[in-house]
Design a protein around this ligand. Sequence first.
Ligand SMILES: [Zn+2]
Length: 236
Amino acid sequence: MKLTLLTGKTYDISEAVGMDIKVIQSPTARRLTLRIDSKTRTPVLSVPRFCSRKHAIKFVEENMDWIVRSLSKIPEQKYFSDGEQISLFGEILTICHCPHERGGVWRKDNFLCVSGGAEFIHRRIKDYIKNLCRQKFLELSRVKAAQINRHIHSISIKDTKSRWGSCSSLNNINYNWRIALAPAEAINYLIAHEVAHLEHPDHSKQFWDCVGLLNPDWKHGHDWLKKHGKTLYMYK
Ligand SMILES: [Zn+2]
């Protein structure tokens, strides 16, 4: 068997296996190992110092089922695109790319029009939604807070992929911009949840009673988020 010395250089096997694979040479590795880089959705193959390209290809081919299965478990990244239908604060809108017009992003009937190059569609729509969130969440939160004689100091719009909202003791509420894409009942539930925290910092029975007072239909929104919330996190 011919062995290839890999010191200082590595080889490319992507074409041979029909999939992007990153090959890393590890001087300490005793055997071939595969892992998935979830951020780039790329399989990474660590190879020991003396390992032929042919052997590496064979190893990847033998583990192809595992690679495909592992990749399918990583949520895909989604970008807003021309012709896509989205739900924005409960309204169904179609994204319409108008490359020759000016004006950034604007509403026209049930269309959300976006000007400029196709490569900017996602960022422009996202910025538009975040701005809308600042205004809408403050408005909607203040209405609910007034029901329990509370005042919202300010709200912030976040871009994390870990939580939908949070509430601080200083009457500030944080919301994740992606929640704007959920059905109205889920948005209403989340607002009721965060506003109820102004009164109860915990998740006690009194807290849930308060959520029920602010949004009698909260269970539907709660269940929707639990079941489908993850799909909103796909948006980059
Ligand atoms: Zn909570």
